[in-house]
Write a protein that binds this ligand. Structure first.
Ligand code: NDP
Ligand code: 2IT
Length: 453
């Protein structure tokens, strides 16, 4: 069997055995289809059934999360933790609380996490979890009761050298606090089993900023490689959550002008440059809609979601040179990619996980836009999570500057690794392929070293 037949066989297996899990199929197809040159060259991966083993999680935990709302009613949600692969270290990856969460989404995120974590060159395996709980409009006490109930089940499956959850969509410092508090109550242990903790109670300086800053460091390395930089570039960033806000902040630090961002309800266009202080107050503190921004900055334009023609997204129709999707999966499609290219965009750099559809990626590549793939570009968040684990394990705390310097080095190393790997395999400039091959090699070779079954 040659590599193409081997990959096809595995993808057919996934399709048959994971019905309805379209995001999982999309994520596995992307990685596997990148591996053809490597699998043709190195027969050991097929001989050791590495693909068969990589596409099935080590274990999948699905549980009931009952919680009482402020009116006294009992609600029930579904909780997930997919411990995908622990070859390189303890399971590591975030928790997502969003109404759209289902097993296919958690599996796609967990699968991606194996390879992202591999690229950091740190010792962390891949996992993801979450719930279909919708945090929108819930009081602090409702969030607290939900988090406590979630942890009542999860605690028995995690530990500082077993599985270390963190945040993702809908899970930030507040939620990590409630989850960690309940973990401590149930186990009596203060060992740092979650990352993204508050600084006062064991968190790391720089974790909050790490994904967004890291993604911009990645973009900057990429631009420098092609003789460009961020100075005076016009940028747009989708989302206005944790990743988006700190991507915007670092873009601004490095001289770019961010003129637009979005949330699940609409888009803000401020041609003078987004005022990040106001944005933080609206989204991080008040947890309100972006429409509030236009009230405070009357020159800015607010485009509600329903006002943009179906099929595309308003944010990608705003002229820019640098586009950073930082909200969610499949938020930048072919229609959007065409708009970006038409308007002069030279780079799409992914802050979110799998935000660009396969057709959009092909279009961008065919039109010579630089493309920074998520598993490389957004790996700074999980990398600083590992630095948080390291600080917790040795009971020390590093300064913001120390963490930020380490993050910059990690992002530079990831960039060089994926760039050089793409070149080595004859796909110079295709960082998506470079990231998938480099990440896979480290995991697969380690699986063989540890005994392939
Ligand atoms: P947040 O919950 O902090 O922010 C998410 C943002 O995206 C919000 O502005 C939200 O809008 C918007 N959004 C979420 N879902 C949708 C949707 N279905 N349609 C439109 N807009 C949406 O999450 P993060 O910033 O942490 O995560 C963003 C992305 O980055 C995700 O893909 C995540 O997996 C990825 N990521 C996160 C890391 C981290 O460290 N947090 C690390 C690496 C990747 P609203 O404000 O209206 O809710
Ligand atoms: O997608 C991701 O890398 C995250 N949500 C962060 C994971 C982590 O463990 O910090």
């Amino acid at each position: 069997m040659n590599a193409i037949e081997y990959i096809k066989k595995i993808l057919t297996y996934i399709k048959e055995h994971s019905p309805g899990q379209s995001e999982f199929y999309q994520a596995t197809s992307e990685v596997l289809n990148s591996l053809t040159p490597l699998l043709n060259e190195e027969k050991k991966y097929m001989q050791n059934s590495i693909l068969e083993q990589l596409v099935v999680p080590d274990r999948t935990i699905i549980f009931k999360v009952p919680w009482i709302d402020d009116s006294g009613k009992i609600n029930v949600n579904i909780g997930y933790r997919v411990q995908f692969n622990s070859t390189l270290g303890p399971y590591k990856g975030g928790l997502r609380f969003h109404k759209s969460v289902n097993l296919g989404i958690v599996k796609f995120l967990g699968f991606e996490q194996i390879f992202k974590n591999s690229l950091t060159n740190l010792n962390i395996g891949g996992a993801k979890g979450g719930s279909n709980f919708n945090p929108k409009g819930k009081s602090d006490y409702e969030i607290m009761r939900f988090c406590q109930s979630f942890m009542n089940e999860l605690y028995r499956h995690i530990g500082e050298r077993v599985d270390v959850p963190a945040g993702d969509i809908g899970v930030g410092e507040r939620e990590i606090g409630y989850l960690y508090g309940q973990y401590k109550r149930l186990t009596g242990r203060y060992e740092g089993t979650l990352t993204g903790k508050g600084i006062a109670w064991g968190g790391s300086f720089g974790r909050k900023e790490a994904t967004g800053y890291g993604a911009v460091y990645f973009a900057n390395n990429y631009l420098q490689k092609v003789g460009e930089d961020l100075k005076d570039k016009v940028a747009v960033v989708s989302g206005s959550g944790n990743v988006a806000i700190y991507a915007m902040e670092k873009l601004t630090h490095l001289g770019a002008k961010v003129v637009a961002c979005s949330d699940s309800q609409g888009t803000i266009y401020d041609k003078d440059g987004i005022d990040i202080k106001t944005l933080k107050a609206i989204k991080e503190v008040d947890r309100k809609s972006l429409s509030e921004y236009a009230k405070l900055h009357p020159k800015a334009t607010y485009i509600p979601l329903h006002k943009y023609p179906k099929g595309g997204h308003a944010i990608w129709d705003i002229p820019c040179q640098i586009a950073m999707p930082c909200a969610t999966q499949n938020e930048l499609n072919l229609f959007d990619a065409k708009n970006l290219v038409k308007n002069g965009c030279i780079m799409v750099n992914e802050g979110a996980n799998m935000p660009t559809t396969p057709e959009a990626i092909e279009y961008l590549k065919a039109n010579n836009a630089l493309f920074g793939p998520a598993k490389a570009a957004n790996a700074g968040g999980v990398a600083v999570s590992q630095l948080e684990m390291a600080q917790n394990a040795s009971m020390v705390r590093w300064s913001f500057a120390e963490v930020d310097t380490k993050l910059q080095t990690i992002m530079k190393n990831i960039f060089n690794l994926v760039y050089n790997t793409a070149k080595e395999y004859g796909f110079e400039g295709d960082l998506q392929r470079g990231a998938n091959i480099a990440a896979f090699k480290r995991v697969a070779d380690s699986m063989i070293d540890l005994g392939a079954v």
